[in-house]
Design a protein around this ligand. Structure first.
Ligand SMILES: [Fe+2]
Length: 319
C-alpha cells in the first residue's frame, strides 16, 4: 500500500480535555482477567487451530507506506524512513519464528529508524525472550527505540527489567526522555513517554533538549496522549494500543480504546499529526476482523525552498 499524500482525516476538534481521569493503576481484578484470558489463549495456541491462527496473523501483515510533509527542519531530513511496530503482543499467537519473519520483512524495507510503540509482550516477562533472535535481524542505520505499553507493565510494578532487556538487545528505551537523531546536516528530536493508563507519562521531560528549528517525533503507546503532544507543537506522534479496533463489524469496532475516536490512521490537531497504527499482534481474542495487522513505514518529506522563490523573497525584502 502506498500514498504520495498522507490521507489526513481532520479529527473532530475538541477543547483541551484534562487527561487525569484516564490515568491511574488498573485494579488487580482487571489484571487477573487479562492474565486468565492469556492463559486460555496459550492453551488454544498448543492446539491445531492455534497454529492456523498464527499463520493467518502472519500472512495478513502489511507494510503501509506513508509520507509526512515536515513544517520545519533541515532539508537533509527529506527521505528519512521510520518503521513503526506496535502491539506485537509476543506470546499471544506470536512466537519466536513469527517475530523473526516479521523482522526480516521490516529489515528488507531498509528503514533508517525502527520504533516500537509498546505492548511488545502480552502478560509475562519471559515473553521478552522470544525477541532474542528477531531483534538482531533489524539493523537500522539510525537505531531502534521503544516505549512501554499497558501490557508491558502487566508483569509487575517495575519496568526496569523490561527496559534492561531491550537495552541489551540494542533498543534504546525512551521512558520520558528524548534523543537527537542526526541525519546528514539535519536532525530531529525523537522522544517517548510512558503509557497513559499504566505508567506515568511526562512530556515535559521527554521534550527537554528539543531545539525549535527541528521537528519532534513522539512515541506514545496510547493515542489519547496526542492532545498534550499537539499542545506542545510535536510534529508527529506515533501511537498504537487500539489495534484498529481488532474486530470491526460493519465498519465499526464494538470496543473503543480511545476516548477521542483515535482508532486508526491519520489525525491532525493544530498542524500536528498523529498516526495510530493497527499494530502487529492480537490480544484477548486471537482474531482480527477488518483490521489487518500493519507496520507503517513513514517517509519524511522536507523539500528545499526553490532557489527562484528565495530570490523573489530576497528581492521583495530589498524593496
Ligand atoms: Fe496492544
Amino acid at each position: 500500500m502506498s500514498s504520495a499524500i498522507p490521507p489526513i482525516h481532520l479529527g473532530e476538534r475538541h477543547a483541551p480535555i484534562p487527561v487525569g481521569p484516564l490515568t491511574g493503576k488498573r485494579t488487580a481484578l482487571r489484571r487477573l482477567l487479562a492474565r486468565s484470558l492469556a492463559t486460555l489463549n496459550r492453551t488454544l495456541d498448543l492446539l491445531p487451530p492455534g497454529r492456523w491462527l498464527h499463520r493467518r496473523i502472519r500472512r495478513s501483515l502489511t507494510l503501509t507506506d506513508l509520507q509526512l510533509p515536515l513544517r520545519r527542519g533541515h532539508h537533509a531530513l527529506n527521505g528519512l524512513r521510520i518503521a513503526f511496530l506496535s502491539d506485537i503482543h509476543a506470546g499471544s499467537f506470536m512466537d519466536a519464528s513469527d517475530l523473526c519473519a516479521i523482522c526480516e520483512r521490516v529489515a528488507a524495507a531498509e528503514p533508517d529508524l525502527v520504533l516500537f510503540g509498546g505492548d511488545l509482550v502480552n502478560t509475562r516477562e519471559r515473553e521478552l525472550l522470544l525477541f532474542r533472535q528477531a531483534l538482531p535481524l533489524l539493523r537500522p542505520r539510525l537505531g531502534m527505540f521503544a516505549v512501554p505499553g499497558n501490557h508491558d507493565h502487566f508483569w509487575g510494578p517495575d519496568i526496569g527489567l523490561w527496559s534492561a532487556f531491550l537495552q541489551e538487545l540494542g533498543v534504546q528505551v525512551l521512558l520520558n526522555r528524548g534523543v537527537r537523531v542526526q541525519h546528514g546536516e539535519g536532525s530531529l528530536w525523537l522522544c517517548g513517554v510512558d503509557d497513559l493508563t499504566e505508567g506515568t507519562p511526562d512530556l515535559r521531560a521527554a521534550l527537554l533538549g528539543r531545539r525549535t528549528d527541528e521537528p519532534a517525533v513522539l512515541l506514545s503507546h496510547h493515542p489519547d496522549f496526542f492532545f498534550e503532544a499537539a499542545a506542545a507543537d510535536v510534529e508527529l506522534t506515533l501511537a498504537g494500543h487500539t489495534h484498529g479496533g481488532q474486530i470491526r463489524i460493519g465498519g465499526r469496532a464494538p470496543i473503543h480504546h480511545s476516548k477521542f475516536g483515535y482508532e486508526q490512521g491519520w489525525f491532525e490537531e493544530a498542524g500536528c499529526r498523529l498516526y495510530v497504527g493497527r499494530g502487529v499482534g492480537v490480544t484477548v481474542l486471537p482474531i482480527r476482523i477488518d483490521a489487518p495487522p500493519e507496520v507503517p513505514i513513514v517517509t519524511l518529506v522536507r523539500t528545499p525552498v526553490p532557489s527562484r522563490r528565495v530570490e523573489q523573497v530576497v528581492a521583495a525584502v530589498r524593496g
